[in-house]
Ligand binder design. Sequence first.
Ligand code: ATP
Length: 463
Amino acid sequence: MSKDNKLMEKIVSLCKRRGFVFPSSEIYGGFAAVYDYGSYGVELSKNIKDAWWKAMVQEEDNIVGLDSSIFMHPKIWEASGHVSGFSDPLTECKQCHARSRVDHLLEDVGVFADEKMSEEEINVLLEENKDKIKCPKCGTKGKFSEAKNFNLLVQSNLGNFTGDWEKEATYLRGETCQGIYVNFKNVVDSTRMKVPFGIAQIGKAFRNEITARQFIFRKREFEQMEMQMFTRSEEGMDIYEKWREKRWQYYLDLGIKEKNLKWHEHENLVFYAKAAWDIEYKFPFGFSEMEGIHYRTDYDLTQHSKFSGKDLSYRDPKTNEKFIPHVVETSVGADRTFLAVITDAYTEEKLEEGNERVVLKFPKKLAPIKAAIFPLLKNKPELVEKAKEVYNSLKSEFMCEFDDNGNIGKRYRRQDEIGTPYCVTIDFDTLETGEVTVRDRDTMEQENVKIEDLRDYLVVNLK
Ligand code: ATP
């Protein structure tokens, strides 16, 4: 097994063991490409989303938030092109009947298909390379059915009273940004936002992804964090470049190592786009897309104007000029950020006396638990009582954990594995001096801090 596969296995296993990520419906045998976040996972995920919201809404003067519904009028997905064009080419292994994405199979043998290729063109490529390709499930070579396009939209039966699925199909949204486009006019009318301005949203999206591999990188139910900036065409490209810079800097500020980030420029742009770059992260299986930054021109609002029959142009209040704004979009998955953050943080360290430790060196602001509070001994009521007091004084401001189980060394290892920046121990000296021992996750150094200074110590050091 390669080193990278091993790393992925270790991360998946740590995530399960320590309550970050569980496979969905496990007691029923699992449910492919769907995952649940456990008690630490939900904290990490929340901190990731809060950091994005702070950077994109709170600290930006001209971006406002939105929370649109998962269900939307079915016509929206026609207008967006998802009903006709949101598909992946699929083939079936004739031996074991497993279905795979043809573009992924081709990629594995070094052949790159273009997203815009027709079914026929993909089939020509598949035929030419078939003999080199192995079925990822059973390993049989070259026995594949003709490729067929498979739509990624997830259908529901909401409001379907006639049983006529074709006519009445409703969908779980395939991306969050359509909710932003269709609320553009509402936001203009209800806020003081003037073009250029942005609308940001965090929410679930659903796709019938065919290949269920790479852990939470590709889920069928996932969360997107998207921002659409509405601009004049003349300033669109400048605004686009600004956002490219900002989004790169955002990852550095978040604490992601720059060597694990890379730009990827799309070579084949969809006909309406002017520019498209991805920020890729070095996941355990290699560099792959984490975020897309796209210049989509006036395509989206024009489409929704056409399909809804409502005028979605914007009137400049000063000049009275009327136009359909262009859109600059930044779009990132919360789950992919989660996987990047865990990968970046995962560290194995050799300690003295041949011991080892696994530690998640999360940026402190993202750590699920900020401080763990320990009484030195479980069976000394005066220590337990003091430790509870310290814990209770901190917990309204910081996500804390109280732990009196096992020896201190074991408790440290456990907190290391979930990435807790500070462990606070209450011992017999505390009762005399009023000082606790604070141990730093990364340096493992310990220092004495007065109980009354502990709050300020955490505020300063957790920044
Ligand atoms: P990919 O090429 O990997 O399928 P995409 O180009 O289709 O991704 P977009 O439609 O641009 O992705 O979605 C924007 C962001 O949403 C992606 O950069 C990614 O972070 C996230 N995302 C997309 N699909 C998934 C998924 N199935 N699971 C988790 N995150 C996803």
